[in-house]
Design a protein around this ligand. Structure first.
Ligand code: CA
Length: 381
C-alpha cells in the first residue's frame, strides 16, 4: 500500500452567537481536515487541532508544503517511521504549535488507514481496549456578555444535568471575583445532584490570582483545575500544585514527548492533557502516555475539534491505561464540548452522542467513522 495523494480541507462556519473564553471572542468554527489517499483505494482521515483563535490555514500550509512531499509513495502503515521523518524534517521550525498540529493530522490519518487496511479499530492496534465506553464531561459555561453571568451559568449547569452529564467543566478566567461568584451560583444549583465540577481558566492569571481562585474553591471537590497559569510557567504550575488541594491539569498547549518531558520533570501537573490533534497525533500520544506513566502522572486527553478529532480521541482513550491502578481506580473521562459546532454533529454519518450518560467507543475499522463528503463541501472555506 502506497500513499498517492494528500488532500487538505479547511472548513469554516460563522457562529450564530459569538462566545468568549478567557483569551478572546470566538466568532467562527474552523477545522483543518486531512485526507490521505492510497493506491488501493482506501482513504484515511485526520485533523489538526485549531485552538479557538488559531487560523486553520497555518496547519493546512504546513501539511501541503512541508509534510506532503515527505509522504507521497510511502507505506502509510509505517506510522512510527513516518512520524520521525516528519518531526525531523520540521524540527528547526516546528516542535510546537501549528506545525506539530499539522503533523498530528497526518499521523491520525495514517492510523486510520492502518486500521482500515487491517480491518481493525485503532485501539486494537494500540494493544487493545481497557474500556468500551467512557463517561463524558460537559465543557461549557462560555460567556456571551463577559462578566456578571452567574445566574445564566447556574441555569446552564442544570441543562447539562438534564442532558445526562454528571461531570462538568466550567470556563473561568474572567476576573477572580466574577469567577468566584459564578462558581458559587453553579455549585448552589447542582448541589445534591451528584455532579462533579472542574474548572479551566485557559491560563488567564499569574500565580497570585491563580492561587486566590484555587483557595476560594478549595471546598468544591474539584476533579481538577486546568491551565491555571501560562504554559511557559512550569515553576508556577508546580507551586500551585504544592499549595492547592485539588489536582492541577494542563498540557493542551504542549507538544510531543519532548514538551511533556519538561512538564513532568518540573512536577507541573497531576493530570496531563495532550490533544491528539496537536500533541503529535496518535503516535505522539503513545510516547506521552508511556512517559507520563513513568512519572506517576495521569493522562486525560484534551478533546476539541470536529468529529474526526473526537473519534481519534475515543480510540486513544479506549487504549489508555489508568495511571494509578486499584480496584476502583479513577477512569479517564471524555471532554464533550456542548457549544454549537456543525462539524461535530453533521460531519460523520453516525455522530458521537450520549447513551445513558456514556459515550460508546466506535469499534469499526480505523477511526470507526464515515465522513460525509457533502458536509465537507458545504463548509469548505
Ligand atoms: Ca482547556
Amino acid at each position: 500500500m502506497k500513499i498517492t495523494d494528500i488532500r487538505i480541507h479547511v472548513l469554516k462556519s460563522p457562529l450564530a452567537e459569538p462566545f468568549a473564553f478567557s483569551q478572546g471572542w470566538v466568532r467562527q468554527r474552523s477545522a483543518t481536515l486531512v485526507e490521505v489517499l492510497t493506491d488501493d483505494g482506501l482513504a484515511g482521515w485526520g485533523e489538526a487541532f485549531a485552538q479557538g483563535l488559531e487560523p486553520p490555514e497555518i496547519a493546512a500550509a504546513a501539511i501541503e508544503h512541508a509534510l506532503k512531499p515527505l509522504l507521497l509513495g510511502a507505506d502509510p502503515r509505517h506510522t512510527e517511521v513516518l512520524w520521525h521523518r516528519m518531526y525531523h524534517a520540521t524540527r528547526d521550525y516546528g516542535r510546537k504549535g501549528s506545525v506539530v498540529a499539522a503533523l498530528s493530522a497526518v499521523d491520525i490519518a495514517l492510523w486510520d488507514l492502518t486500521g482500515k487496511a487491517a480491518n481493525a479499530p485503532i485501539h486494537q492496534l494500540l494493544g487493545g481496549a481497557f474500556r468500551t465506553r467512557v463517561q463524558p464531561y460537559a465543557t461549557g459555561f462560555y460567556r456571551t456578555r463577559g462578566q456578571g453571568e452567574a445566574a445564566r451559568l447556574a441555569d446552564e449547569a442544570l441543562r447539562h444535568h438534564e442532558a445526562g452529564f454528571r461531570l462538568m467543566k466550567v470556563k473561568l478566567g474572567y476576573g477572580v471575583d466574577d469567577d468566584i461568584e459564578c462558581m458559587a451560583a453553579i455549585h448552589r444549583a447542582i448541589e445534591g445532584r451528584g455532579v462533579t465540577l472542574m474548572i479551566d481558566t485557559n491560563h488567564a492569571y499569574g500565580r497570585a490570582e491563580a492561587l486566590r481562585l484555587g483557595r476560594a474553591l478549595a471546598d468544591f471537590d474539584l476533579r481538577w483545575y486546568e491551565e491555571p497559569v501560562v504554559p511557559e510557567d512550569l515553576a508556577g504550575y508546580a507551586e500551585l500544585r504544592r499549595q492547592l488541594p485539588m489536582p492541577i491539569a494542563g498540557g493542551e498547549n504542549e507538544h510531543t514527548l519532548y514538551g511533556f518531558r519538561e512538564l513532568f520533570a518540573a512536577g507541573a501537573v497531576d493530570v496531563a492533557q495532550p490533544d491528539v490533534g496537536s500533541c503529535g497525533g496518535i503516535t505522539a500520544m503513545r510516547h506521552i502516555v508511556a512517559l507520563a506513566q513513568a512519572h506517576g502522572v495521569a493522562v486525560n486527553p484534551h478533546v476539541w475539534g470536529s468529529a474526526v478529532a473526537q473519534a481519534a480521541s475515543l480510540q486513544v482513550i479506549a487504549a489508555l491505561p489508568v495511571a494509578h491502578h486499584s480496584l476502583f481506580a479513577q477512569q479517564p473521562v471524555l471532554e464533550y464540548d456542548r457549544s454549537s459546532h456543525p462539524f461535530r454533529q453533521q460531519l460523520i454519518t453516525r455522530p458521537i452522542g450520549l447513551q445513558d450518560g456514556w459515550v460508546h467507543i466506535p469499534d469499526g475499522p480505523g477511526l470507526g467513522i464515515e465522513v460525509d463528503r457533502a458536509v465537507v463541501e458545504r463548509y469548505r472555506a
